[in-house]
Ligand binder design. Structure first.
Ligand code: PMP
Length: 387
């Protein structure tokens, strides 16, 4: 018989391992792979500016595509809502009574997206982890594009449904999987309008037709599309966030009226969490008006991304996100450090956020960026590439 070498009392072993030593082991393993992350104190100090270790950097790492996070109209509207309603919202919206700003914002969102209704969530992450399990559960199938955001995976896992993955933007592969699916339950297909780490967009109309053929539901994550992505979106369920182009915080889901009411009853991350604070509601409300009225902001952000790509001989961008794939995590970190030396904040994105061997610099463009800053950035990139 094989001798198993284990302590007489397994609890003995557990007692010798402190939480700190458990965590240290994990952190050392991450560091050995060049993947340990740390927080760097950085103050956003005005339009696309970041103050770090006493230096002003120009940020190409914010998702503040329209520059609305520092727009005085947005900030003032937030302050005035906080003065009127207080700093916090008191409880969950179902418990404390619904601040009227919620409905005002939800009406603006559903009008903007062309759906019957909308529902605000605490964040985009909370919107996905609440919505997906409301749509699907054990016995159902969820089909995801290979590059969808981590919080979509989190929501899909929470649902208990069978999760299938199709190759990024590959409609034929999605079809092959759908042909093989055997379920009497529902099928939910989820993709992003604009992919967060690659900046490309999904073939929405082809996916919508495919879903129609197989009786599947299509849901899109428009986190990086709001205000900049103008393609028609045929998906009946459209989620998004107010923390990127809208410049504030919060998430939302737009869809049919009955489904929004079901979310109000069943989405755990809506029912069991406190409503957004009044400052955030006031600021979002003003920000959505600006997005609806000032279309030039999105156009300007896109023009900045186009200028950058033209100067670097990259294919024309489809969004305000442009990745420069470097490869190994260490090399991406070194490239990012070289740009920081030259006054630019461009954070390296490493696994597990992106696939191994595809660590990258992710440049994001805003209506706030000045052309001369983009030209100087390109000069520094070319210099860093040749040294
Ligand atoms: N979906 C995508 C595609 C995202 O990029 C993000 C944010 N990184 C989220 C959802 C989550 O949104 P939020 O930051 O509002 O939680």
């Amino acid at each position: 018989m094989t001798q198993i070498n284990r302590p007489a009392n397994p609890a003995e072993h557990r007692r010798t391992k402190s939480i700190a030593s458990f965590a240290t082991e994990k952190l050392e393993a991450l560091a050995a792979k060049g993947l340990r992350r740390t927080l760097t104190p950085t103050a956003r100090s005005g339009q696309s500016k970041a103050l770090r270790t006493g230096r002003d950097l120009i940020s190409f790492s914010d998702n503040d595509y329209l520059g609305l996070s520092t727009d005085p109209r947005v900030i003032e509207a937030g302050i005035s809502a906080a003065k009127q309603y207080g700093a916090g919202s008191g409880a969950s919206r179902l418990v404390t009574g619904d601040n009227p700003l919620n409905l005002e914002i939800e009406t603006k969102l559903s009008t903007m997206k062309g759906t019957e209704a909308a529902l605000l969530f605490g964040s985009g992450y909370l919107a996905n982890v609440g919505t997906i399990p409301t749509l699907a559960r054990k016995g159902d199938v969820i089909l995801l594009d290979a590059l969808v955001h981590s919080c979509i995976h989190a929501g899909a896992r929470l649902s208990g449904a069978d999760i299938q993955i199709f190759r990024h933007n590959d409609i034929d592969h999605a079809r092959t999987i759908l042909e093989q699916v055997r379920t009497n339950g529902n099928i939910l297909v989820i993709t992003e309008t604009v992919f967060s780490m690659d900046g490309d967009s999904a073939p929405l109309s082809a996916l919508s037709v495919l879903c129609g053929e197989f009786g599947a539901w299509l849901m899109t994550d428009d986190a990086h599309g709001l205000g900049v992505f103008t393609q028609e979106n045929p998906a009946p369920i459209q989620m998004g966030t107010l923390s990127k182009a809208a410049g504030v915080y919060g998430g939302y889901v737009c869809g049919p009226n009955e489904f929004i009411q079901l979310l109000q009853n069943r989405a755990r991350s809506f029912v069991y969490t406190t409503g957004l604070p009044p400052f955030v509601l006031g600021a979002i409300n003003a920000s959505l008006d600006i997005i609806a009225q000032e279309k030039t902001l999105g156009i300007k952000a896109m023009e900045n991304a186009k200028l950058f790509c033209r100067m670097l001989n990259l294919p024309p961008p489809t969004s305000t996100i442009v990745p420069l794939i470097i490869g190994e995590a260490d090399a991406a970190m070194a490239f990012s450090a070289a740009l920081e030396e030259n006054g630019f904040l461009v954070t390296a994105i490493r696994p597990p956020t992106v696939a191994a061997g595809t660590a990258r610099l992710r440049f994001t463009f805003s209506a706030n960026h000045r052309q001369e800053d983009i030209k100087r950035l390109v000069g520094c990139i070319n210099e860093a590439r040749t040294t």
